[in-house]
Design a binder for this molecule. Structure first.
Ligand SMILES: [Zn+2]
Length: 302
């Protein structure tokens, strides 16, 4: 019954859509890819971002409004590496849009063009929310945006050859500004090198790899499994022998576990935006990293 109603809503949405779109319709799974698509596509693309910085990208409701947007999408720009495995395949299928389904011409996975950290040697789902392809949280290292922006420009050009030169020149301009910004962030973040941290979810290996921070422990017993108070007591014990300067979490995560650890271990709890819109300061792709570095440095000082 429910699916019947959804199908009717979709039918209505399909009929209401304009017959010929002049721009590429981009369905961005997460805000960082929506922001990058806008950098690369400018006014040649119409970007719809499926999630906000307040949402957990691992777990997203396949709402009718999302399915309706997926129906008219020419390209889906997503993280891949199983981050969206619980929702995107279902949305693409419900939308009946084979273009954006896995392997379709309009399917774009950012993780397909960067080397992934932490590919598990052995896949055991009982170990929690393990991603078979490696850790998908690549957007926490801005250096990854360069190969991704190139691949995205190539994908847009393949789907919309008339505007290929626009995509390629916008990518070149982005890469120039981005390379300069990375140099600024890296030098500003120098005090973070070698700093030991605890993290709520194991979301930050790329950030740590970039800035030279060292993760002592996550607060989750297994990826995606919220810690019990008993488990947090074990974490506190570990922090007595391996002290950390701060505990880090993404803005969308429940603040209680890291607040508890911060209080007991007398360290700051640092909330990072994780994506565009995760905090008020992380307004776009550039301010996402400005704010991330500012917040880490503030954590180090307090
Ligand atoms: Zn994760």
């Amino acid at each position: 019954m429910r699916t019947k109603i959804i199908s009717l809503i979709l039918l209505a949405a399909g009929i209401a859509a304009p017959a010929s779109a002049k721009t590429l319709n981009v369905f961005a799974c997460e805000p960082e890819w929506g922001a990058l698509a806008t950098e690369i596509g400018g006014d040649k693309v119409s970007v719809y971002t499926a999630t906000t910085g307040a949402q957990d990208p691992h777990q997203v409701q396949a709402r009718p409004s999302l399915i309706a947007k997926a129906r008219t999408a020419d390209v889906a720009v997503c993280t891949g590496a199983e981050l969206e495995i619980a929702w995107l395949p279902m949305i693409a299928q419900q939308a009946g849009n084979s273009k954006i389904a896995a392997g379709g011409p309009g399917s774009f996975d950012a993780t397909s063009v960067v080397p992934l950290l932490e590919r598990p040697a052995r896949l055991d789902r009982s170990e929690g929310d393990i991603h078979a392809g490696g850790n998908p949280h690549i957007q926490t290292d801005p250096r990854n945006m360069i190969p991704i922006s190139k691949a995205m420009a190539a994908k847009f050009a393949a789907l919309d050859p008339a505007n290929a030169s626009t995509y390629s020149s916008r990518q070149a301009d982005f890469e120039k500004r981005w390379t300069a910004a990375i140099a600024g962030w890296t030098s500003k973040a120098a005090p973070l090198r070698g700093v030991q941290v605890a993290v709520q979810h194991h979301s930050w290996p790329y950030l740590q790899n970039w800035l030279g921070m060292i993760e002592v422990t996550p607060l989750e017993p297994k990826p995606g499994v919220p810690p019990s108070s008993g488990y947090l007591a074990q974490v506190l014990q570990k922090l007595q022998t391996q002290p950390v300067k701060m505990v880090i979490r993404a803005a969308y995560e429940d603040g209680r576990p890291s607040a508890f650890i911060a209080d007991k271990a007398k360290i700051p709890a640092v909330v990072l935006p994780f994506t565009v819109g995760g905090t008020d300061q992380a307004k776009d792709l550039f301010s996402l990293y400005d704010d991330t570095i500012n917040r880490l440095l503030a954590g180090l000082k307090s």
